[in-house]
Design a protein around this ligand. Structure first.
Ligand code: MF3
Ligand code: CO
Length: 258
């Protein structure tokens, strides 16, 4: 390519309609498995049991885990409870009535990655927790609405930030969404805070994992000694919703829905 560094835009791997179809298939498997795992969530269940269920379902779909073995991550599912933001490791922890549980899950099928996340209530949760889940999911859909050709990554980022801050919540800054395709993490990064009109310009064929991680209190996070689990610094609640999305000439296409 010559002596000059590639621009951010040039490193982005655009997908053909056929590739987007294949990504739709891997992401549909992710969506189906997330729904089955969600249905198993109730007080008394261990997070490890949810991981075992997800692993069995991957086999059934002849897909492989996107997460297990990634930088040494030991499970197929991330299970982040209450003040845990992302990357909680499934364990013998027993879910209790009133907990909120973020389920982040990724699969590879036919060489293409799928990646999505939901946060679900365990039994009956507080009104404040319900509001956090609702606002975080709304932020995801407002962000997805911006994923159209000619817009910029900053439009996606700003849509998340604006919505959650208007509700008194904060967007995590230390973790971001990402391009996705034959790799789980591709360019560009997709932050959950930013300025409209800034950043990479969106083109037809870009595929993005958009994933607001939203805290009820401050945006700061710390990683626990296990090297994975990110928690809110103030130990207030956090929620996470994620979809993989394709930018098409007709606007955003959500890949990770049923
Ligand atoms: N969905 C997350 C991401 O986009 C989870 C990956 S963490 C892993 O980065 F280690 F579990 F793979
Ligand atoms: Co992701």
């Amino acid at each position: 390519m010559g002596p000059y560094p590639l621009s951010l835009e040039e490193r982005i791997i655009l997908k053909s309609p056929l590739e987007i179809e294949r990504m739709r298939r891997s992401n549909r498997v992710v969506a189906e498995i997330l729904q089955e795992v969600k249905a198993a969530v109730q007080p008394g269940v261990k997070t490890r049991e949810l991981d075992e269920l997800a692993e069995a379902l991957l086999k059934k779909h002849r897909a492989r885990s996107a997460f297990k073995g990634y930088n040494g991550y030991p499970a197929v599912l991330c299970t982040s409870v209450n003040e845990e933001v992302v990357h909680g490791i499934p364990s013998d922890r027993v879910l209790r009535n009133g907990d909120i549980l973020s389920l982040d899950f990724g699969a590879v099928l036919d060489d293409y990655y799928g990646d999505a996340a939901i946060t679900v209530p365990v039994g009956t949760i507080s009104e404040e927790a319900r509001r956090l889940l609702r606002v975080t999911e709304e932020a995801l859909y407002k962000a997805i609405e911006q994923a159209r050709p000619g817009n910029h990554v900053g439009d996606i980022s700003a849509a998340v930030q604006r919505h959650v801050e208007s509700q008194g919540f904060s967007a995590v800054r230390d973790f971001v969404g990402h391009g996705i395709g034959k790799f789980m993490h591709e360019k560009p990064q997709v932050p959950n805070f930013g300025i409209p009109g800034r950043g990479v310009r969106l083109k037809v064929g870009m595929t993005l994992a958009i994933e607001p991680m939203i805290n009820a209190g401050g945006y700061e996070v710390v990683v626990l000694d296990d090297g994975w689990t990110a928690v809110t610094r103030d130990r207030n609640l956090s929620a996470h919703f994620e979809h993989s999305v394709a930018v098409t000439e007709n606007g955003p296409m959500i890949l990770s829905e049923l």
